[in-house]
Ligand binder design. Structure first.
Ligand SMILES: Nc1ncnc2c1ncn2[C@@H]1O[C@H](COP(=O)(O)OP(=O)(O)OP(=O)(O)O)[C@@H](O)[C@H]1O
Ligand SMILES: [Mg+2]
Length: 236
């Protein structure tokens, strides 16, 4: 029941921003087509293709999240964490550049073994962590506004970290529970609950805490059996 609830609310959570972006993009395109200097066919075709790509991803996400809720788990596929980190950054960058002054930085890119899990849902989960970090920076005082996404090799596996230099978690242990939010009307408290569900399904641990020098750290920690480790190029 918890899975169903989190996935149901999670779907609304994950679709809201790409739907808004899609509607805005189409509105702008219609406006330009009716204007004095309408874009040429090639430019329109490019814009339509970009929009289609976004719509296809939303459709795939709906399908994956329904399947997850029904089966109690996601796909079991090999996932390259560095690629997933890049994809999550590409997904969140356009929305964040409009809404927030946060600088998105790609940190460490250690060569790590492939992990197993649902690639699409893991990318969304990383995106949730990035958006949370950017939200926290939006509320922060001062000039430090950086979100860093790093992939690190660990002795027993790999970690994907999202670090920020904001105020840190007010209560790191409470934050992962569904419904816990410090954002009033703006937050549902769904993000971290969804991330935790997806992480656990992939056999990963969601670590949440504050950094010694200030700011928050959220990480997905994967254990990889060294005997079975395959690197990102697919060679054992
Ligand atoms: N990087 C961060 N820095 C500081 N606090 C954070 C950070 N990430 C999450 N939090 C805290 O954890 C709470 C729960 O996060 P969660 O993503 O579950 O919900 P939300 O962001 O408040 O709302 P929603 O994700 O549903 O829009 C946040 O309200 C905030 O108080
Ligand atoms: Mg959130």
């Amino acid at each position: 029941m918890l899975t169903l609830g989190v996935m149901g609310l999670g779907l609304a959570h994950e679709l809201q921003s790409p739907l808004t972006a899609t509607a805005l993009g189409l509105e702008l395109l219609a406006l330009r087509l009716r204007g004095d200097d309408p874009p040429g066919a090639a430019e329109v075709a490019d814009e339509v293709e970009r929009t289609l790509e976004r719509v296809r991803r939303m459709a795939a996400l709906v399908q994956r999240m329904r399947a997850f809720a029904k089966a109690g788990g996601g796909a079991d596929e090999a996932v390259d964490l560095n690629r997933a980190a890049d994809e999550a950054l590409a997904l969140t960058r356009p929305a964040l550049s409009e809404l927030s002054a946060a600088r998105l930085v790609r940190g460490a890119q250690d060569a790590v073994p492939l992990v197993r899990g649902d690639r699409l849902l893991l990318e969304q989960a990383i995106g949730c962590l990035i958006i949370n970090a950017a939200d926290a920076l939006g509320a922060a005082e001062g000039a430090e506004r950086t979100v860093t996404v790093a992939v690190r090799r660990l002795a027993d596996g790999a970690a994907l970290e999202v670090l920020d230099d904001g105020p840190g978690f007010p209560d790191a242990e409470a934050a992962r529970a569904p419904g816990v939010s410090s954002k009033g009307e703006a937050g549902m408290g769904v993000g971290l609950a969804l991330v935790e569900l997806v992480a656990r399904d992939a056999g990963a641990i969601l670590e949440i805490g504050n950094r010694p020098d200030g700011g928050a750290r959220a990480a997905l920690r994967f254990h990889v059996d060294s005997g079975k480790a395959e690197d990102a190029e697919g060679t054992p």
